[in-house]
Design a protein around this ligand. Structure first.
Ligand code: NAD
Ligand code: TYD
Length: 377
């Protein structure tokens, strides 16, 4: 395995995966295939852009002919597919783009991989199509306990570890898909196509479903970077509904490490859930963010609590996500490396130290810069 396409490598998670692979595997050729939508930003990869084992190709995953030609030209034997439209609120406003990119784009990659690999003498031998998906395909979990105990309560995962939970059920790999948002419906559909390509044509696929990621380089439309930036600038913090929804948070580099492990050691045709048993109510996270930003900036404790502004709830807002990652921990020995407190501290410091990155992204300058760069070629 030495020539790998990583799609969506200029986005949040993709940039961490590209960086990890480029640094860890100098013998691999890493091709970052990205359309550079509003969410793609090559500044996320400044530190590795000149490496000899790295190449950027601006391309839409829906461009089937283009993808097929790239695979042939670069003798690609692995695809790690992260490119997607990824924000639930945008999917509510514009579901077509989500179906186009997440479903048709994935299908285009699958068909290109199938045609190219089938044309080789060795066929699918040594090849791998790794599709990155989300836990949101499983729908939403309830916040209940069989004995009526108020959440959060301590419970024990099938891996044997104790952790805090807001309900007795978890997302396991065998759970029925029940997506609620256009985003998760499109991701669910793409997961089904990936499985269908394995079952129908024997394409060597693997799928993972991960919980909410946080960390550096996340586009500030998502809760954590948006709120850090708003607290810094003392802007209102729009909390959807009562802020009682629960999300399960994983530091992005831990996700990237899991992707590396599963790409190399995961079993073909398997699904693995990725998460760190780290459930938080939105409102509690928001308090942690306010306290952390205020402490680092030397503001008095609680100075920015009045920024909290309750707004109309998101339509179809999933109540609780909680991943059971026991299978991945048991079978491949993966574990998250960071405690949440450590991860949040690192993340807040990163956004505060990289205000230029944030300003660039929020002003849209980075997009104008790349439009100019491509116009000149
Ligand atoms: P992101 O929105 O930050 O980045 C998406 C990237 O894909 C961008 O670089 C964008 O330019 C690129 N892209 C979009 N449409 C494209 C197209 N048609 N052709 C080529 N490139 C295109 O997303 P993210 O948060 O990094 O998520 C990456 C993947 O991980 C997605 O598949 C998402 O569903 C999945 N995921 C995300 C999370 C999370 O918390 N962010 C959790 C679980 C799974
Ligand atoms: P988000 O980061 O958009 O991720 P997802 O919807 O994929 O979980 O949102 C995380 C949670 O925060 C979700 O419950 C919605 C909530 N939220 C707000 O309350 N206000 C906001 O401005 C945003 C962006 C999210």
């Amino acid at each position: 395995m030495n020539s790998i396409i990583i799609t969506g490598g200029a986005g949040f998670i993709g940039s961490h995966v590209v960086r990890l692979f480029v640094n860890k595997y100098p013998e691999y050729k890493i091709i970052n295939l990205d359309k550079l939508t509003y969410a793609g930003n090559l500044a996320n990869l400044k530190d590795i852009e000149d490496r000899p084992n790295y190449k950027f190709v601006r391309m839409d995953i829906c461009d089937f002919e283009g993808v097929l030609k790239l695979m042939q030209d670069e003798h690609v034997d692995g695809i790690i597919h992260l490119a997607a439209e990824s924000h639930v609120d945008r999917s509510i406003k514009d579901p077509f783009t989500f179906a186009q990119t997440n479903v048709m784009g994935t299908l285009s990659l699958l068909q290109a991989a199938k045609l190219y690999w089938e044309s080789l003498p060795e066929g699918y031998e040594g090849k791998r199509f790794y599709h990155i998906s989300t836990d949101e395909v499983y729908g939403a979990l309830a916040m209940t306990h069989p004995e009526g105990i108020e959440p959060p309560f301590t419970t024990k995962a099938s891996s044997g570890k104790h952790h805090l939970a807001y309900g007795e059920k978890f997302f396991t790999e065998d759970l029925k898909y029940q997506p609620h948002s256009p985003y998760s419906a499109a991701k669910a559909s793409s997961d089904h196509f990936v499985r269908a390509f394995h079952d129908t044509y024997g394409l060597p696929t693997v799928v993972t479903n991960c919980s909410n990621n946080y960390g550096p380089y996340q586009f500030p439309e998502k809760l954590i970077p948006l709120f850090i930036n708003n607290i810094r600038h003392r802007k209102p913090l729009p909390v959807y509904g009562k802020g009682e929804n629960v999300r399960d948070w994983l530091y992005v580099e831990d996700h990237a490490r899991a992707i590396d492990l599963i790409f190399h050691e995961g079993k073909i045709a398997e699904t693995y859930n990725i998460g760190g048993f780290n459930e938080w109510k939105n409102i509690d996270i928001i308090h942690v963010l306010i306290n952390t930003v205020d402490r680092i900036l030397g503001r008095p404790e609680g100075a920015d609590l009045d920024l909290i502004t309750y707004v109309t709830d998101r339509a179809g807002h999933d109540l609780r996500y909680a991943i059971d990652s026991s299978k991945l921990q048991r079978e491949l020995g993966w574990e998250p490396s960071l405690q949440f407190e450590e991860g949040i501290e690192k993340t807040v410091r990163w956004y505060l130290d990289n205000q230029a990155w944030m300003d660039n992204v929020t002003s849209g300058d980075y997009q104008r810069y790349y439009e100019d760069m491509y116009a000149k070629r």
